[in-house]
Design a protein around this ligand. Structure first.
Ligand code: VG1
Ligand code: CO
Length: 547
């Protein structure tokens, strides 16, 4: 008698909406819970890859609702597809930067990361999945488009019959011929951080009384932050707030911005302020840094990190170059120019940095959306940015405020803000962008008060490494005085459309570095409305989120 083959082929029908966005496929959790929905997408990933048989796949997520069920579905499908090994974070947990670190460390073929990042989690909230390639970074558009193409014609997928795999204990087991290895989700990442930063100097800083609050927002970074900050670096117990990952993030929105982490901002501005407040998002790739009495915009943070990275042991040789997403302020450009290193402007989304990092063109990268990172992994990395700040503070023996002020005095200040109009009607948002595109050729040369338009375009990126072209990445209106307004639609939302308006003005004069940001940008904010007709197209007379 022969044993029945445990691999089974399941007939399915395509779903029409599986095109990955800025960072993977994100939908309402209930959409992912539909029969076959996740499996179709996973099979479409495998169908877009070549040569993975016998190789390793890394698997983990941010622990949100449906994470564990999704891990079991993917384990069985990856075994049926013929991976040699699946490396899973214990409990199905891996922060996005840790997943990237594990893929690189283990020389895996790739990885699947389950997260909707800063979007809320729970049965009525959001879920997400993305594929990362062997460099540890998000799959480039060539692959995400192939996944989408396959998802539109899929007829069946392959999986295994059998009980669930125990993912809660470190060790290994077998799914037919595939080894399932459960690893500590923190260890590889923690060692990597210790190799980059001067842990002794940061330890001394904490020992000397430096105080910090890090809010893990009940999301994935809790275990990482506790191990590194309170464990390795000796920060006082209680430094890490909300350090237990919860499937619904305690009903909060795990987005470390001035709306959802306002309590941290208020603390940092109060008499009881610690020396530094920090936070990360759902999957651990974003960062928020606020000094006592000093908020640091993500764009400024990138510039300050670029200017000071050499103070950390992992970057002692200096940086090769800097990359930023197009809407990110140009503060980092001034640092790159002064250092005499390359500066690259890419579309929004970390996947565009991978080629530049792999080619050694850049060492640090960042986005205005609270993302910073370096060539140590191929994702943005929240704790990395926070450790970099701690290293800089320890080396310079100055406060966050002193460092930011000195930076502005040296390079000038880029007043910067992003206005988000969330969950507006898709038709209106598309009409707004179409209207702007129609104006692009007539805008240059026009003056609006003191603001003269120098150029206007729809940003297109020509990747200097692989030659690929990405068009329609955001409408830019550039003014003669160096100010900018940028408009684009979000690629991570799960209902309706989200319009993002990015506003920037450069101020060289240190006597004018103390203005309130919205006031400093008031004329540009008014013009952003006038040029785009935001109210007319979205029905909103003010943004839902200002960062
Ligand atoms: C947003 C940000 C973008 C970031 C992306 C993923 O995308 O603007 O800078 O890379 O989220 O971040 P969009 O298309 O909504 O503007 V995360 O922390 O969700 O992985
Ligand atoms: Co994130």
């Amino acid at each position: 008698m022969t044993a029945p083959l445990p691999i089974k082929t399941v007939a399915t029908k395509p779903f029409a909406d599986q095109r990955p966005g800025t960072s993977g496929l994100r939908k309402k959790t209930k959409v992912f819970q539909q029969p076959h929905y996740l499996a179709n997408f996973v099979q479409s990933i495998f169908a877009s890859l070549e040569g993975f048989e016998g190789k390793a796949l890394v698997l983990g997520g941010d622990g949100r609702f449906f994470n564990r069920e999704a891990i079991q579905i993917i384990l069985k499908m990856a075994a049926a597809a013929g991976f040699g090994e699946i490396i899973v974070g214990r409990g199905g947990i891996l922060s996005t930067p840790a997943a990237s670190a594990v893929i690189r460390h283990e020389q895996a073929f790739g990885g699947i990361v389950l997260s909707a990042s800063h979007n809320p989690g729970g049965p009525d909230a959001d879920f997400g999945i993305k594929y990362n390639i062997s460099n540890g970074g998000p799959a480039p558009e060539k692959i995400t488009e192939a996944i989408f193409a396959h998802s539109k014609v899929i007829e069946s997928y392959r999986t295994l019959e059998g009980p669930d795999v125990n993912i809660d204990e470190i060790g290994h087991s077998w799914l037919v011929g595939t080894k399932v290895r459960v690893i500590d989700p923190v260890a590889i990442y923690r060692d990597l951080m210790a190799s980059l930063f001067d842990f002794d100097a940061i330890k001394k800083l904490f020992a000397s009384g430096f105080s910090m609050k890090f809010d893990a927002m009940s999301a994935v970074t809790g275990p990482y932050a506790k191990a590194i900050l309170e464990g390795d670096l000796g920060a006082a117990p209680g430094t890490v707030l909300n350090g237990e990952p919860l499937p619904d993030f305690g009903h909060h929105h795990p987005d470390p911005n001035l709306v959802h982490a306002k309590h941290l901002y208020d603390l940092a501005m109060s008499d009881a302020a610690p020396d530094m407040c920090a936070a990360s998002d759902g999957d651990g790739d974003r960062n928020l840094v606020i000094g006592r009495g000093q908020f640091v915009t993500p764009s400024d943070s990138l510039a300050i990190i670029a200017a000071n990275a050499h103070l950390a042991p992992g970057y002692r040789q200096g940086i090769a170059g800097v990359a930023r997403s197009m809407p990110t302020s140009r503060a980092a450009d001034r640092v790159a120019a002064k250092l005499g290193v390359g500066m690259y402007e890419t579309p929004t989304g970390w996947k565009f940095f991978g080629n530049l990092l792999d080619a050694g063109k850049v060492t640090v990268c960042g986005e205005e959306s609270a993302g910073a990172g370096s060539n140590h992994v191929r994702e943005k990395d929240g704790l990395w940015a926070i450790l970099m700040w701690l290293n800089i503070l320890a080396a310079r023996q100055q406060s966050v405020k002193e460092i930011v002020r000195a930076h502005w005095a040296e390079f000038g200040r880029h007043y910067y803000s992003r206005h988000d109009y969330e969950e507006v009607a898709t038709e209106g948002a598309n009409a707004l962008v179409a209207g702007l595109r129609a104006k692009l050729t007539s805008l240059p040369g026009q003056s609006f008060g003191a603001l003269k338009v120098e150029a206007a375009d729809d940003f297109a990126y020509h990747d200097p490494i692989d030659g690929s072209m990405s068009k329609q990445q955001g409408v830019r209106v550039l003014f003669a005085d160096g100010s900018r307004i940028v408009y684009r639609l979000s690629g991570t939302g799960t209902s309706g459309a989200t319009l993002r308006v990015y506003i920037e003005r450069f101020e060289p004069d240190p006597a004018r570095h103390d203005l309130e940001t919205q006031a400093a940008l008031a004329d540009l904010i008014a013009l952003a409305e006038q040029l785009a007709g935001i109210k007319q197209h979205t029905g909103r007379d003010k943004p839902s989120v200002i960062t």
